[in-house]
Design a protein. Structure first.
Lengths: 679, 126
C-alpha cells in the first residue's frame, strides 16, 4: 500500500487539479455565457463541486479504508514480530467486520504457541528429570565407571571413578583412555568387544593395585564402551593371605600324617625291641600332638574365613528385632523390643544367631520366658541391651557363653568370633534403679547414618490459644490411674502450614505407643495424608514432603478413622498438643473419628516442671535431655512422635517427684499452667 | 642287599622309614639334610635315594640337580618324598631327573613296592 504521505499528496493534487479545472471552466463560462446574478452562484457551485467531491471522497477513503488498512498492517506486523504482545490494535472503518475473525485467528495462534511452549517445557523438564536422576545415580554409585567413545576417549566418569583415580592426571573428559589405563590389553579388548553387549572381563595390574574391569559395548551413537572398575587389591590380598596360610598348613599336616602313618606301621611290625618300640610310641605321641595343633589352626582359619565372607552392613534394628522375635517365639520366649530403633552396621545373620543363642541361654539359665530388647545410640556405637526380670549375669557366665558355638554343626563360629567380627563384647549391667531389671549389653558399630549431624531447621512456633484443660474431664477411673500405668499414644502431625483455621491441612500423621511406662518399638502408626491442596515450598523446607510424596496417599477422611482405631482407649500425648489436636479436630468428620479422650502436652508439663527455664520446644528439650532423633527423622511425624514419647518418659519420674502421679494430677497441672499463661 | 639312603628332616619319619625299609630287606642309612646326604652318597654309594623336597638349607631339588650333574650319581635312582600335594612340584621333580614321586602321607607297602620296582628296572637296565 502507498504511504500515507503519498496518498495525501495524490489526494491534494487531485483536489487541486479539480479546483484549477473548475476555476478555469468558471472563468471561461463567465466570459462566454455572461451569466445573470441569479445563475452565477449555481454556476460556481457546479464549477467547484468536483473539488468538494474530491475532498470528501479522499477524507472518507482515508478514514474508512486507508487508516484501517494501516492498522491491519500494524496488527499483522505485530502478530508476526511479537505474537504474545498484549494491547492489540483494533481495526475499524470498513475492515471492522473482519475483527472477530482476526481475533479468532490471533487467539488460536497464541494458544497453539502456548501449547507448543508447554509441550517443549514439559519435554525439557522430563529430560532434565531423567538427566538429574541419572546424574544422582552416578553420584551415589559406589562402582567406579567410565564411558569412552569408539576412539577410546573418555566421555564420562563418575565420582567413584574420580576417587579411584584421584592421584592420576590422566583422568579428564575427552582424554585418551590410555593415559589413564595404559594397558594395551585394555585398548585391544575394547576394540574387539562384541556388538551385542556381551561383557568382557579383564584383570589389570597397576602400580599398587589390581583392577578388575568389566567392558561392554554401548549401543549408543558414539559406538563406545562402558567400563566398570573394581579395585580387587584388598580382596585378592585377603584371598592370598588365606591361601598362603592354608598352603603353609597343609604340607605340615601331610608331613605329620606321613610320620604318624609310618610310625604306626613300624610299631605294628616291631617285635622284641622294647627300646625301639618306646621310641616309636614317643614319635607317635609327638606327631599326634603336632597334628592336633595343626588341625586346630586349620579350624580357626576356616572359621575366620567363614566370618570374613560376610561384611558388616547397614541394618535397621527393628528388622533384626522382628526376625529375632519370630525365631524366639518358636522356643516359647517372648521378646519385646522397646525404645527408639536405630541403624547399625552388623553382620545380620551372624548377629541374629548370636542374639538368639544368648536369649535362649538366658531363658534356660534364669527360667524366664520374657525378655526386652532395647537399642540405644551411644557415641559411635549402638548398644543392644537385653533386659529381663531376674538376676544379673556373672562375668564367669559370660566367659562361658563366649566359647559357645553359634550353630550345632562342626566348624561353627563361636560367640566370641561374632563378637570379634563386630569389635564387640558382652557386658553385664546390674539394675540401675529400683524396679528395673538387669541387662546384658552388646556394643555394636553404629551406622554412618546414626551419627550424622542433625540439620537445624526452624522450629514450629508454639501455640497457646487452645486450652487442653477445656477438654472433657476423664472418667474417674482413668483420672486416678498412675501415669506409669497408662496406655498413651504419642502422636505428631506435619501440615501444609501453620494456619489451620485458614485451610492448612495434615499431610502426615504418626504415633507410637507407651504401655506401662515403656515405649513400644514396633507398635507405630505412620501414614501420609493427601491434603487435597498444594504444599507450599516453605512448608516442604521443614518436613521435606512435596505434593508428589502425598499424591497417592489417602485423604484425611480415610486416615483419621484408622488413627482413631489405633488410639483405642489410649490417652493422647503430643508436644504443643493444642496445634496437633486442632489439626485432628478440624478434620473430624463423624463419630468414627472423634478425639474426646484426655490429652497430655509435654510442652505444658515441661513448663510446669521447669518454669524458670526458657526453651521448651522439642529441639531445645531434646538437646537438654540428650535425646537424639534418628538421622533424617526430625520434622517427620514419626520421628517427632518418638522423641516426644522419650521426653514424656523422662518427665514422668520428675512429675512423680512433684506429687503428680495420676492422669488427673497431670491434667490439673496442665490446667494451672494454662491459666497462668492466660493471666 | 640293596642299600637305600633316606633323606628327611623329620626325625620321626626317619626312625620309622629306617625300620620299615630294613624290614623289607634293604640296608638303610639316613640323613637329616642335603649336606650329610651328599657325604653319605659319596661314602656309601647307595643303590637308591629316598629324598624329601623340603629340607633345611639345600632343598631336595638342589640336591637332585647336583646328583644329576655329577657323572657318578647321574643314574642313581631317586624317589622324591613331599608333603606338598601340588602337581607342579611333581612335574618339577620329574623334570630334574627324579625317578618317582611319593606324596605324604604314604603307605609304606606302596613305597616299598615302588622302591623294589625301581631297583629291578635299574638292574635290568644296568
Amino acid at each position: 500500500m502507498p504511504s500515507r504521505q503519498n496518498l495525501i499528496g495524490l489526494w491534494l493534487l487531485l483536489t487541486g487539479l479539480c479546483l484549477v479545472a473548475g476555476l478555469g471552466v468558471l472563468i471561461w463560462l463567465e466570459g462566454a455565457l455572461q451569466p445573470s446574478p441569479e445563475t452565477r452562484p449555481l454556476l460556481w457551485c457546479l464549477g467547484l463541486a468536483p473539488t468538494v467531491l474530491s475532498l470528501l471522497v479522499g477524507w472518507q477513503l482515508e478514514r474508512r479504508l486507508f487508516r484501517p488498512l494501516r492498522q491491519f498492517q500494524v496488527l499483522l506486523a505485530r502478530l508476526v514480530a511479537s505474537p504474545d504482545a498484549q494491547g492489540d490494535y483494533p481495526v475499524d472503518g470498513w475492515l471492522q467486520p473482519l475483527q472477530p475473525d482476526l481475533d479468532h485467528i490471533r487467539e488460536g495462534w497464541r494458544q497453539d504457541r502456548v501449547k507448543i511452549r508447554e509441550a517443549h517445557a514439559e519435554g525439557a523438564r522430563e529430560a532434565e528429570k531423567i538427566k538429574q536422576e541419572l546424574e544422582a545415580l552416578l553420584q551415589v554409585l559406589d562402582l567406579p565407571l567410565l564411558i569412552c567413545d569408539r576412539h577410546q576417549r573418555l566421555l564420562l566418569f563418575n565420582p567413584a571413578a574420580a576417587e579411584m583415580f584421584h592421584d592420576q592426571p590422566g583422568l579428564g573428559l575427552g582424554r585418551p583412555l590410555s593415559q589413564l589405563l595404559p594397558h594395551p590389553s585394555l585398548a585391544d579388548a575394547i576394540r574387539h568387544l562384541p556388538d551385542d553387549g556381551t561383557p568382557h572381563q579383564l584383570l589389570l595390574p597397576g602400580e599398587h593395585h589390581w583392577l578388575r574391569c568389566q567392558l561392554r559395548r554401548l549401543g549408543a551413537y558414539h559406538g563406545g564402551a562402558l567400563i566398570t572398575l573394581q579395585d580387587t587389591t584388598a580382596a585378592l590380598e585377603h584371598d592370598q593371605r588365606w591361601r598362603r596360610t592354608l598352603a603353609q598348613l597343609l604340607p605340615k599336616l601331610r608331613g605329620h600324617c606321613g610320620s604318624l602313618n609310618s610310625a604306626t606301621e613300624a610299631l605294628l611290625q616291631v617285635e622284641d625291641n622294647p627300646t625301639f618300640k618306646q621310641r616309636l610310641e614317643s614319635a607317635i605321641e609327638q606327631e599326634s600332638q603336632a597334628l592336633a595343633t595343626q588341625v586346630e589352626q586349620l579350624t580357626h582359619l576356616v572359621e575366620a574365613q567363614q566370618l570374613s565372607q560376610s561384611a558388616l552392613e547397614e541394618t535397621w534394628s527393628n528388622d533384626l528385632c522382628s526376625a529375632l522375635k519370630a525365631q524366639l517365639l518358636q522356643h516359647q520366649i517372648r521378646l519385646t523390643p522397646i525404645g527408639i530403633p536405630a541403624w547399625m552396621k552388623v553382620d545380620g545373620p551372624a548377629l541374629l544367631a548370636l542374639l538368639q543363642l544368648l536369649v535362649r541361654q538366658l531363658s534356660s539359665l534364669q527360667r524366664i520366658d520374657e525378655v526386652e530388647l532395647e537399642v540405644l545410640l551411644g557415641n559411635r556405637r549402638v548398644y543392644v541391651d537385653l533386659s529381663w526380670d531376674g538376676i544379673p549375669l556373672s562375668e564367669q557366665q559370660l566367659q562361658q557363653w563366649r566359647s559357645l558355638p553359634l550353630f550345632d554343626e562342626p566348624l561353627s563360629p563361636r560367640v566370641e568370633d561374632v563378637l570379634d567380627q563386630h569389635g564387640a563384647d558382652l557386658w553385664s549391667i546390674p539394675p540401675q534403679q529400683p524396679g528395673e531389671g538387669p541387662r546384658l549389653r552388646l556394643p555394636l558399630p553404629a551406622s554412618g547414618r546414626g551419627i550424622q549431624p542433625l540439620q537445624r531447621l526452624s522450629p514450629r512456633p508454639e501455640f497457646h490459644d487452645f486450652s487442653i484443660a477445656d477438654l472433657p474431664a476423664p472418667s474417674g477411673d482413668l483420672a486416678s490411674l498412675p501415669l506409669q500405668q497408662l496406655e498413651m499414644v504419642v502422636f505428631d502431625t506435619e501440615t501444609t502450614g501453620l494456619d489451620l483455621r485458614r485451610g492448612d491441612r495434615i499431610i502426615s500423621l504418626a504415633a507410637c505407643r507407651i504401655l506401662n511406662g515403656r515405649l513400644l518399638a514396633d507398635d507405630v502408626f505412620d501414614q501420609r495424608v493427601n491434603p487435597q491442596r498444594a504444599i507450599p515450598p516453605e512448608s516442604t523446607a521443614i518436613h521435606g514432603l512435596k505434593d508428589e510424596d502425598v499424591a497417592q496417599s489417602p485423604p484425611i477422611e480415610v486416615v483419621l478413622p484408622r488413627f482413631r482405631h489405633y488410639v483405642g482407649d489410649g490417652v493422647l500425648v503430643a508436644h504443643n498438643a493444642v496445634f496437633d489436636l486442632l489439626a485432628l479436630q478440624l478434620s473430624e468428620s463423624g463419630d468414627q473419628s472423634r478425639f474426646t479422650m484426655p490429652v497430655l502436652d509435654t510442652l505444658l508439663l515441661s513448663r510446669a516442671i521447669d518454669p524458670s527455664l526458657e526453651g521448651h520446644g522439642l529441639d531445645a528439650l531434646a538437646e537438654r535431655f540428650d535425646l537424639s532423633f534418628p538421622p533424617g527423622t526430625r520434622h517427620t511425624a514419626l520421628g517427632d512422635a518418638r522423641v516426644t514419647a522419650e521426653l514424656l518418659l523422662l518427665l514422668l519420674p520428675r512429675l512423680a517427684n512433684r506429687g503428680v502421679r495420676t492422669l488427673g494430677d497431670a491434667l490439673e497441672l496442665q490446667r494451672q499452667i494454662e491459666q497462668e499463661q492466660h493471666r | 642287599m640293596p642299600h637305600v639312603l633316606v633323606v628327611d628332616d623329620e626325625p620321626n619319619i626317619l626312625l620309622s622309614l629306617e625300620f620299615l625299609m630294613q624290614q623289607a630287606g634293604f640296608s638303610v642309612a639316613t640323613a637329616p639334610d642335603a649336606e650329610q646326604a651328599l657325604e653319605l652318597i659319596h661314602q656309601q654309594c647307595p643303590d637308591l635315594l629316598l629324598l624329601d623336597i623340603s629340607l633345611p638349607g639345600m632343598s631336595g631339588f638342589d640336591l637332585l640337580e647336583r646328583l644329576r650333574a655329577a657323572e657318578a650319581t647321574r643314574k642313581l635312582p631317586v624317589v622324591m618324598l613331599t608333603a606338598h600335594g601340588r602337581e607342579v612340584e611333581k612335574e618339577k621333580g620329574m623334570a630334574l631327573g627324579a625317578n618317582d614321586y611319593v606324596t605324604k602321607p604314604f603307605s609304606t607297602r606302596e613305597l616299598v613296592s615302588r622302591v623294589q620296582a625301581l631297583l629291578a628296572d635299574t638292574q635290568q637296565g644296568g
